[in-house]
Design a protein around this ligand. Structure first.
Ligand SMILES: Nc1ncnc2c1ncn2[C@@H]1O[C@H](COP(=O)(O)OP(=O)(O)OP(=O)(O)O)[C@@H](O)[C@H]1O
Length: 225
């Protein structure tokens, strides 16, 4: 699905990651870990096609429209003057076009996605009025609408209460069962150890891949701790 050949991610010709070679297989689930500032978000943005590689290359056997990217909460513009419903509707732009109209069927799907994350009561609210956890639920609803087969998630559970984490993990587990490939930036090593069969650790001088059998509970049973 994604192969990396000495890929270095960074900004304006300045690499922030070490050279990374390896592969994210179709349907795999990888935790991307490492210290603050080691380049995890930068790598994710590069794989999402938002930044060009500084050196090396990667190959993605998917159209860009099949890639879903969830940025860190701190990067999300909350004051944009749209409703929660519209924010989720942005997830289906491939089906409608950016200025396409949303028919009855799609409207129902969007409301169903909001119900799935228990945010349907907020459909008419402005994203700026939501708490961090509520906004995260809405952004997951948008990912559901996108029907992506590769999900790049940047610290999706930071600052989120355990009940909400359990709900979001459930949604990810469902997508993974459907064959979706997941790459998730995480700092919670207990979650990584319990759920992620593949780990890519970024260090200043090298990138280390680790694969192992995950013995513990499946993804969705960890969040309720
Ligand atoms: N837009 C930018 N332009 C230039 N440098 C940047 C930019 N954004 C981040 N950096 C730098 O790139 C390096 C890697 O940042 P990045 O956000 O990828 O790290 P991270 O591993 O995700 O960190 P954290 O765990 O704190 O989220 C840092 O030194 C950061 O200062």
């Amino acid at each position: 699905m994604i192969s990396l050949e000495k890929l270095q991610a960074g900004y304006r010709h300045q690499a922030v990651t070490p050279p990374i070679s390896g592969r994210f297989a179709p349907g795999s689930m990888t935790a991307l870990v490492g210290a603050n500032g080691c380049g995890k978000s930068t790598l994710l943005k590069t794989l999402a096609g938002l930044l060009p590689p500084v050196s090396g290359a990667y190959q993605l056997s998917l159209p860009a429209s099949a890639v879903g990217w969830l940025p860190q909460q701190s990067e999300i513009e909350r004051q944009f003057p749209i409703t929660v419903f519209d924010l989720v509707a942005m997830g289906c732009w491939q089906r409608t076009g950016w200025f396409g109209c949303i028919g009855r069927q799609l409207r129902q799907e969007i409301m169903q996605a909001l119900r799935t994350v228990k945010m349907d009561d907020f459909a008419d609210a402005q994203p700026g009025m939501l708490s961090g956890g509520q906004l995260q639920r809405v952004l997951f609803a948008r990912l559901l609408m996108q029907q992506a087969s590769l999900l790049l998630l940047d610290e999706p559970f930071t600052g989120i209460d355990s009940q909400t984490v359990a709900l979001l993990l459930d949604l990810l587990a469902e997508r993974h069962r459907q064959g979706c490939t997941l790459i998730v930036v995480l700092h919670d090593m207990s979650m990584v150890d319990a759920c992620f069969p593949q780990v890519l650790r970024l260090q200043p001088d090298e990138a280390e891949w680790r694969s192992r059998r995950v013995q513990a509970a499946p993804l969705q049973q960890v969040g309720g701790r």
